[in-house]
Design a protein. Sequence first.
Length: 335
Amino acid sequence: MGAVAYQSPRESLDAIVSQTELFSSLDGEERDAVARWSDCLHFPEDAIIFSPGDAAGSFHIVAHGEVIIQKQEDETRVRDMARFVAGDAFGEMDVLRNATRSARALAPVDTTLVVFPAPPETFLSVIHQEPVIFARILQKLVAYIAGRIRSTNDLLGKNSLWLDELRRQVYTDKLTGLFNTAFLKDSLRSFPSDAYGTASILCFKPDRFKEVNDTYGHEVGDYAIRELARIFGEAVSPTGHAVRYRGNEMVGLLSAQPLAAARHLADSLHDQVHAIDLTMVTEGVPVQLTASIGIAESSRDQATGDELLQIAYRRMFAAREALGDQTDTGEDTPS
């Protein structure tokens, strides 16, 4: 059976929107706008709210009952990904990405949802109709979602479909697939954690990369960045997190990795950078890539977080000033 729409008093819609955590950052005028474009839908027991492939045009808030998010693992097995109860909002990431639904939402009991905006309107259509206020609402929703990532981990679990997607959207660099500066900034607040003890930060930058862009164009430059990011990510990910930092610079957060291990990783990176073949995008012209690397270790350098990053960053530039293709650990001279 499908949903049954019914009229809900405006005060009820206002109250539900106001008490929903997703909309907690909105002011009164903004919450009124959400309620104005919302409606209530009733779903009987075992009703499907949406299915994979459905267009995602609306947010859903559980007013009464509950909703289970399910993913079809194969022809016979269905896995429950998350469960939402009264006061919870769900499906917001698909709406903000203007994507199609990637899972099924089921009402296991009689359930009432507030749907914003009410069909046939969509979130994009109400933005076009009231662009000023909904531009503000969109900005606040994105900021709220970005800020709640850590608490969402407790709510939905590490393998949650929604959390995985949220992390991907907020923390991933689009060009390279590495983590981005938002992830780096968040991680540095507690790096290294007490659980890991001694840890290292590795800063990486290709040498004379502007010459590649100027000579062969930005498409070749982007290809080279993706190749550098690929080998950097593959080298760093088994022991830490690989981040695209500034332009063509990359950072490795190496938890529980002392200086010797970080130096070994740097030596391997130099070899792999030398082996990158760009002839397929340079019309057969060979281009030799090299990189400069700086390393800082928390115990030896007596630093943590952003201070440790800045030490590694300065050493990376010292390696560049020493003609590049070297690693500087702060011990003696780059080598």
